[in-house]
Write a new protein. Sequence first.
Length: 852
Amino acid sequence: PIIRRADYQVPDWLVPTITLDVDLDPAATRVRATLEVARNGTHARALVLDGDGLEPLAVRVDGANADWHLQDGDLVVQLSGDTHLVETEVVIAPERNTQLMGLYASSGLLCTQCEAQGFRRITFFPDRPDVLSRYHVRMAADAERFPVLLANGDPVAAGLLDDGRHWAEWNDPFPKPCYLFALVAGDLQANRDTFVTRSGREVELGIWVRAADLAKTDHALHALKTSMKWDEDVYGREYDLDVFNIVAVDDFNFGAMENKGLNIFNSRYILADPDTATDYDYDGIAAVVAHEYFHNWSGNRVTCRDWFQLSLKEGFTVFRDQGFSADQGSAAVKRIEDVRGLRAAQFPEDAGPLAHPVRPDEYIEISNFYTATIYNKGAEVIRMMATLLGPQRFRAGSDLYFQRFDGTAATVEDFVSCMEEAGDIDLAQFRRWYTQAGTPRVTAQLRHEPGSARAQLSLAQAVPPTPGQPHKEPMVLPLRLKLFGGETGRALTEEQLVTLTDPAAEVTFDGLAERPVLSINRGFSAPVIIDAARTPADLAFLSAHDDDPFARYEAMQQLMLDTLVLSVATGRADHRAVVEAVGNTLRDAALDHAFVAEAVLLPSESFIGDQLAQVDPDAIFRAREALRAELGTALEREWRAAYDATEANRFEYSPAAKGDRRLRSVALGYIAASGANDAAALAFRQFERADNMTDRQGALVTLAGGTSDERVAALDIFYNRYSDNPLVLDKWFQVQALSQRDDTADTVAELARHRDFTLANPNRARALVGAFSVNQRAFHERSGRGYRFLADQLLALDKLNPQTAAKLLPPLGRWKRFDPARAALMRAELERLLAVPGLSKDMFEQASKSLD
Ligand code: ARG
Ligand code: ZN
């Protein structure tokens, strides 16, 4: 059944309070729920409580037996009055819950995941975000196996029972939708601290993990305190309970979850020490800790009216966590990383069969809509509003939104209206960012007569058709731009914000002292594709002279892309402009190393493919490798200088030290690409001497892509050293799945049979299957075995965990972008999936939409 946004109806019944009594046991957990229900309006409809796989053992209304029946798993109760007490009782088996939705077991602990629709797997309830309730939770469990009992809100009482069990009660004073419910029981230890809010509330913080992992929680705890302070300083948002707990679990469908006062995290976003986590992991931890914390306001205090509004909380919260991360280190490098992520995940989504607006109109399974479009494009849409309003008015809009909608379930429209009101701006046309899918394309042409003081910029926009949206209206595109002198490199204009609202527009520049070069979409002010037809010389020039670091990066990327696209098309290549520009960047001592490392990286194979009418994975691979080798050889002296200059004595986690490590690994990669015969030895030496995972993994990536003897040795050493650390073993699988070697498809098939491989753990499944399917050349191997492998894994995983399986399907749906032979093979696998009886609706939605 298709759920449509237009069909929204207010709930028939509200549930002002719920009392849960959860008698925990991995095999049989008894859940008794007491709901105060209140008729909402004057209708005569029955109370319908969502249920998924539940058997009611008892249903009572006001203490008496009730008139009820089950309908498609839901509990329908006939009620006569306007308020009643409804009690239900069910037994569930967390240890058999492989979907990891609802109450489940993970490495000996019991935990919950309810967003979006997991609560209905725990108890009968109106499982929709606009039903807000006060929760009182009593839980009991074996005291030895589960000494720690946590739930949302504040702890109110605890005690021992005489049969070796114990109990605890928690009360959450803030009304919340059931997707924010959480409980955890396990043998956990806490890294504790306190945070005093700006109005003087003392908050007890706890990061709960197994005792053995306690030493790996300082970074997360520090990030939490920094986030709490940042939200006060930047958004004026203060924490509102006396405790804030985070629990790390090994089996988790995504990154983390913002349950009120009790965040639950995938352990990969909590655990870190220098020996096991890369700088990238450290940054990811800080970003996700901040993200979930920020949800306390953007998500919990103000939640979503329905799931079509998901970007209301996710887009805004991603924008907030991006701002936080930008403030912790280099804002420019953070912006580069975010744009690279958007282009890697969201642009292809927007250009493919699963494209959907930031506020979708319909879905079959909401889990499939936790996408890069909702999260990352959603964040870009907020960012554009912030650009249009400016910082003060944007903050005023945010204050108004939180104040007006506190304690309610709001809509995207509510948010935009607040921005409109506080910003004193008309956002009517801007709202198309929420309704139209597809990445807008902007063509920009700057015309200038030699010797003239005037230049004319022609801008035009087009939004491509997407499924269900053949025709598009023009968007509001805020474009930051600036002109530089092509001779001197001087700025010829101030930066200006040109907001394109029509299909086409002209901008005139006067008083130009020399030939202008166009710098456009600076800072990536609009999430669009720019086609500005600049010459290699002008791009090289901007890569050296632009005063916006993002624009410098962008000019270099465009230069590399243009070069690679030409070389894929013609089989011939002129690498000189790229070599010169990369050389200039490497020799520019004023640049920070993190930036240099980003700027000199070649665009990914898939991003090159995205520029072409048809993707030819082998030609792209060859063109890219040729340029890599050329850069490696031509600039070998520079790479070695960069490599030697970034050698550190001892590990330190600071922006400068991170930049050094990043550049060092990039330089190592280029030295290897040059074919230098000491490259493998150099990499192996780095691998062995490293006192941190960033350097060790960087060396391993270089070795794993090659054919040296050191490769086998390093993979073995790495495996043996970390065989009891699942997060590091994930890296071992992932590095091999992403390898550029010719035999990667064989290796991956073998690894799928490795004793440490399991589809039951989502991190492990993503590390092998997910990584392989974005390894463009290996996955798209002509024979189609990559496609068959993915489909086989998806079918196996669909039986355990449909949500995580369906998330891995999109690479198979991109068949339109490939040659007819590959397209046919990909379609055949999609058809094979769809023919399987009992396919989940998650997988059905993704596969059927991908075939259309
Ligand atoms: N709200 C969580 C977060 O972004 C993610 C929940 C994902 N849920 C899902 N069904 N995929 O922080
Ligand atoms: Zn989120």
